[in-house]
Design a protein around this ligand. Structure first.
Ligand code: BGC
Length: 483
């Protein structure tokens, strides 16, 4: 994260505007996390005020995902036509408006509509923020900015879990606590919205719109030397003469379809291993086993955040596939353990032993550790790496939508599945998906560590099998370009 960044205008340091750019990116990720993590420690309070029952609660939780799908679908169009800055402002505005309206405790349909709109904002922000950063932040910190976005999501999930727990304890009346919970989101959303006005437009978008003078003016604000500016302009011009974003028709190309399938399945499994059941419902699930209190409320978001830090280094050290195997294996074993623990609770619900509680807690910790160091960041990372340049926008839009679709499925059904088939059942289902995920990684996922995106693209277009896509091509006629 911005390590080594210096302020001031000296060569090698970063100007103040660069910090503002990074802060807005951080807020975009944070809002993603605040909305995703909101439910865990607010569900009981919302239920107290609105009385919607298990299925109503699931529907309310899952509607965020529906908004996310629509937002992800339209975000490319917004980014292209409105520009990056105005799309960010738009996301900041709808985050602010939807959370402020929710804080007024409107009727349940209006509250649900607001959650849909928040999801829409998350969908737009999760596409536009990384794009804006990649185009605007100085090259030397672009990589760290990508990981900063991931980290901020988990920090957001943690932060809202913490504030909601304290608000619920301090104010037992939902008519007071619920507005405060929503206002926490409003506060950060307003910071993103108003902060957005200071942002410069992306120089790459300005060049795309043939506004070179303005692009140069922006680069003068973010860069230190004329040489840096000239090089950047030259690179943008070259990129604009290169392959441009293809339309949806590209999915019919065999080579593209193959990697699309990898991305789609990767995002599908990222959700079908059950992460959002734990993120959304862990306090409820712990409650089924008679566990309440801070431990039940905070274990999952804390472990999730803490283990995202090492993941960022491990991804480069161990590679993507090894992490995916280790993560899925951890999650599989702990899901089976949690299933067994719940079976023993079902056998004797009157007395829940300390051992059962310990097994459940340990399973949750190891499970979240398994996800946070692997499938959490790696699924997104691999999806940003495998698509050839001309189809990257289409590929990432489709795979993001798949992620939200399966997230919605899990959020919308996990609790009622437990009610219908017994609490243990869902854990075995997720354990089964972990096994399938391991088989899928072994058979189809390429190792993308240490290969340039261009080499991989060369392999892909030359019929190299999926699993070997990440092996450096023998022919050295692929000239590595920096992406
Ligand atoms: C997933 C989200 C999940 C989050 C938890 C992300 O990678 O896509 O669905 O809530 O990780 O940290």
């Amino acid at each position: 994260m911005m390590v080594g960044a210096k302020s001031g205008g000296s060569s090698g340091g970063y100007k103040r505007i660069v910090y503002i750019i990074c802060a807005v990116a951080a807020l975009g990720g944070l809002l993603f996390g605040l909305d995703q993590g909101f439910i865990a420690n607010s569900l009981a309070t919302i239920e107290e005020h609105y009385h919607f029952g298990v299925q109503g609660g699931e529907r309310y939780s899952a509607i965020l995902a529906t908004g996310g799908i629509v937002g992800a679908l339209l975000s490319g169009i917004f980014a292209r036509f409105l520009g990056r800055k105005r799309s960010l402002l738009f996301a900041g505005f709808i985050f602010t408006a939807a959370s402020a309206i929710s804080a007024m405790l409107p009727s349940f349909p209006v509250l649900s509509a607001c959650r849909f709109v928040l999801g829409f904002g998350v969908g737009v922000a999760s596409f536009v923020v990384p794009l804006y950063l990649a185009e605007t932040a100085p090259a030397s910190i672009r990589g760290s900015m990508g990981t900063l976005f991931q980290l901020m999501i988990t920090i957001g999930i943690f932060l809202i879990a913490l504030t909601n727990v304290f608000i619920a304890r301090a104010f037992t009346n939902p008519s007071t606590s619920l507005p405060l919970m929503f206002l926490t989101i409003t506060l950060f959303a307003a910071m993103m919205f108003f902060g957005g006005f200071i942002l410069p437009e992306s120089p790459r978008w300005l060049m795309l719109k043939r506004r070179k003078e303005q692009a140069i003016a922006v680069l003068q604000k973010t860069m230190n030397t004329q040489q840096e500016i000239d090089t950047e302009i030259e690179e943008i011009e070259q990129a604009l003469h290169g392959p441009q974003g293809a339309g949806i028709g590209i999915v019919l190309q065999g080579y593209f379809f193959k990697v699309l399938l990898v991305g789609v399945l990767l995002q599908m499994f990222q959700q079908l291993v059950g992460i959002n059941m734990m993120i959304y419902y862990s306090p409820t699930i712990f409650g089924y086993a008679g566990m309440t209190g801070l431990l039940a409320a905070m274990t999952v978001p804390t472990v999730n955040m803490l283990f995202t830090f090492p993941a960022i280094r491990l991804v480069e050290k161990w590679g993507r596939k090894k992490l995916l195997y280790v993560g899925a294996a951890c999650m599989m074993v702990t899901m089976v353990a949690a299933g067994l623990a719940f079976q023993s609770v079902a056998a004797n619900p009157a007395v829940i032993s300390g051992t059962v509680k310990a097994v459940l807690l340990a399973s949750a910790v190891i499970y979240i550790f398994g996800f946070a160091v692997s499938w959490g960041p790696v699924a997104w990372l691999v999806c940003s790496e495998i698509f050839p340049l001309e189809g990257r926008e289409v590929g990432m839009t489709i795979t993001t939508m798949v992620n939200w679709t399966f997230a919605g499925l899990v959020m919308g059904n996990a609790l009622s599945f437990m009610k219908a088939h017994g609490n243990a059942s869902i854990f075995y289902v997720f354990a089964g998906f972990c096994v399938l995920a391991i088989v899928f990684v072994a058979m189809f996922v390429p190792e993308t560590k240490g290969i340039t995106l261009e080499e991989m693209e060369f392999n892909l277009k030359n019929g190299v099998p999926l699993r070997k896509l990440g092996e450096r091509p023998a022919l050295q006629n692929v000239l590595p370009r920096s992406t």
